[in-house]
Design a protein around this ligand. Structure first.
Ligand code: CP
Ligand code: NVA
Length: 308
């Protein structure tokens, strides 16, 4: 806990497996306390600024409700409204906000923006999604798998679809926690060599596999994960991507090739009939709404650890 105070979360690659486990355990404890009516407000009087350069339902609401439940306040800062959107440098924004706030969450395009914000801020900076990583989602996902399966190490997760921010973050998070991870994506849409090498370097007793074959990826998998084919910022590529990802839909036939008790996961928002069928996402192996709820709990634990 001591080592997390004051830290940033830019990518889970910067955290040890013990630190990740600490956050997951705290999340499960705080969730349990809350359901038992125990009110704990370790961030009383603290303020989190939340900068959004992209849309959000889950990230915005879970951070804002989360900081409130911890006794603090959240400020929604749309880049359309703050001077950042009119060209004020990120470094000046970081220094100014550091004088008012106790933490900043940012959702933006490039990972470099988040890094620059963190370098220039004297308070913790949390990555709420970039084009490259979505670490808060993976904390909630790991919590969900842990709650459902009772363990992480030794399990296998298969990600089917675009080698995007979710694929990247899942590779890193799974490798950290000793899970095997297979990514099935068509050529041209596979995770970058850079992130793949990072994940490989992290993985010790587990395997990181990149393939273009969904059936191979889901073989022996305990978790099947997918995400949209066109992420925020890629809307104009929708038609092209629907062609490229044909054959990468998670449907009953693909799910049946995984382990019988496999979980279906999706960070949401989802497109039924594209990356996943309604039958699967609304079926009894799906845990998508537990994942969504756990954004609240995982991020409350994260904020408690970094800002407490
Ligand atoms: N999964 C996720 O980050 O959702 P939002 O885009 O709604 O925040
Ligand atoms: N890959 C998606 C995730 C949304 C939570 C995107 O970046 O739009």
């Amino acid at each position: 806990e001591k080592q997390l105070k004051g830290r940033d979360l830019l990518t889970l690659a910067d955290y040890t497996s013990e630190e990740i486990q600490f956050i997951l355990d705290l999340a499960i404890n705080q969730k349990n306390d809350r359901s038992n009516g125990i009110i704990d407000q370790p961030l009383k009087g603290k303020t989190l600024g939340m900068i959004f350069e992209k849309s959000s339902t889950r990230t915005r609401v879970s951070f804002e409700a989360g900081i409130y439940q911890l006794g603090g306040t959240g400020l929604f800062l749309s880049s359309k409204d703050i001077q950042l959107g009119r060209g004020e440098p990120i470094s000046d924004t970081a220094k100014v906000l550091s004088g008012y706030l106790d933490g900043i969450m940012i959702r933006t395009f490039s990972q470099q923006i988040v890094e620059e914000l963190a370098e220039n801020a004297s308070i913790p900076v949390i990555n709420g999604l970039t084009d490259v990583y979505h670490p808060c989602q993976v904390l909630a996902d790991l919590q969900t798998v842990l709650e459902s399966k009772g363990k992480l190490a030794g399990l296998k997760i298969a990600y089917i679809g675009d080698g995007n921010n979710m694929a990247n973050s899942l590779m890193i998070g799974a490798a950290k926690m000793g899970m095997d991870v297979s990514i099935a994506a068509p050529e041209g849409y596979q995770p970058s060599l850079d992130v793949t090498q990072k994940a490989n370097a992290i993985a010790q007793d587990s395997k990181v596999v990149i393939t273009d074959d969904p059936a191979e990826a889901v073989k022996g998998a305990d978790v099947i994960y997918t995400d949209v084919w066109a992420s925020m910022g890629q809307e104009s590529e929708q038609a092209k991507r629907e062609v490229a990802f044909k054959g990468y839909q998670v449907n009953r036939a693909l799910l049946d090739k995984a382990n019988p008790e496999a979980l279906f996961m999706h960070c949401l928002p989802a497109h039924r009939g594209e990356e996943v069928t309604a039958e699967v996402i609304d079926g009894n192996q799906s845990v998508v709404f537990s994942q969504a709820e756990n954004r609240l709990h995982a991020q409350k634990a994260l904020m408690t650890a970094l800002m407490g």
